[in-house]
Ligand binder design. Structure first.
Ligand code: ZN
Length: 309
């Protein structure tokens, strides 16, 4: 893959391709935008292109040379993807325990990029979830962001730009990423081998994020439907909702809509109290955008539906 093959991110491509071609890159880039839209992947493409032995006329990676192949395999020592797994490896701990980016990790990276590369290659460090930098870690990073050694590129990646420390933000050149149109997302999912109806269902739930779509599929929430249609099914769905809010929210939203339809149907059949229940579902829906656990909201909505069984 090359940077221009990145789907649905024309703005980021317009900013990045000329930078690559000129090889005049700012010391630090900040890739920001929704989760699962290809920010880290774009970072890898940039790092790969910088060291490609046979770059295209537009300075993109060839995907075939020794350097590109090493980058693909994740064994290029000059291209680092720094995330929970990376830090877990350094600390000899489990990835789940890495909730913040620690100062030791940043110091390790700085030491690494400062080692003069004898081959004259670029060194790229992609820092995922940059909002998780501890204050001390951020402070350690500041100097390197301002005056990095030659041919060093820091790419900070975040889907929560508002949580990145202002001192870090002000030193990065920002590259915005956006959500993908639903048609583009369907086409990507079909390209991954998903049957068209499943691709369409997932694309509706995933709010423009291919990463989110694939994760929902992994979690068995592709249709978010209550399978056999029994009144208890929404409870089962609530149990299966993931802890990550950004994944659980769209599925819960679809489920609340579905429950509202069923209550509306009951109302048409003359069941009393449907109006009040629908107002309750609408109220629960409004909480979805706050920090209330979507699982709880789906359970409460399911209880409303139970009144009509
Ligand atoms: Zn290459």
């Amino acid at each position: 893959m090359s940077l221009s093959a990145l789907r649905g991110q024309p703005r980021a491509q317009r900013l990045l391709l000329p930078l690559l071609k000129s090889k005049r890159l700012p010391p630090a880039l900040l890739f920001h935008g929704p989760e699962g839209v290809g920010k880290a992947l774009a970072g890898l493409e940039v790092g790969k292109a910088l060291n490609c032995e046979k770059p295209s006329p537009s300075a993109e990676a060839c995907d075939e040379c020794r350097s590109c192949v090493a980058a693909h395999k994740g064994i290029d020592p000059d291209l680092k993807r720094v995330n929970a797994q990376y830090q877990a490896g350094l600390r000899e701990e489990e990835a789940e325990r890495q909730r913040t980016i620690r100062v030791d990790t940043v110091r390790h990276l700085i030491k690494d990029v400062e080692m003069t590369s004898l081959t004259g290659r670029w060194k790229t460090a992609i820092l995922e979830d940059a909002e998780r930098l501890e204050t001390e870690a951020a402070n350690a990073l500041l100097k390197s962001l301002e005056e990095p050694p030659a041919r060093t590129l820091w790419i900070l990646v975040t889907s929560r730009r508002e949580r990145v420390l202002p001192t870090i933000l002000s030193r990065c050149h920002r590259v915005p990423f956006g959500t993908l149109p639903e048609t583009e997302l369907v086409s990507i999912l079909k390209g991954c081998g998903l049957p068209a109806p499943e691709a369409a269902r997932l694309a509706r739930l995933a709010e423009g994020s291919p990463g989110r779509a694939l994760r929902l599929r992994e979690l068995g929430l592709a249709d978010g439907e209550d399978g056999d249609g029994t009144p208890l099914a929404p409870f089962r769905l609530a149990d299966r909702l993931p802890r990550e809010l950004h994944l659980a929210r769209p599925v819960a939203e679809a489920q609340l809509r579905r429950i509202a339809w069923r209550i509306r149907d009951k109302g048409r059949l003359g069941f009393p109290g449907a109006g009040a229940s629908l107002r309750e579902i609408a109220r629960l829906g409004s909480y979805l955008r706050s920090n209330v656990d979507p699982r709880l909201l789906v359970q409460l909505a399911a209880l409303e539906l139970e009144r009509f069984s």
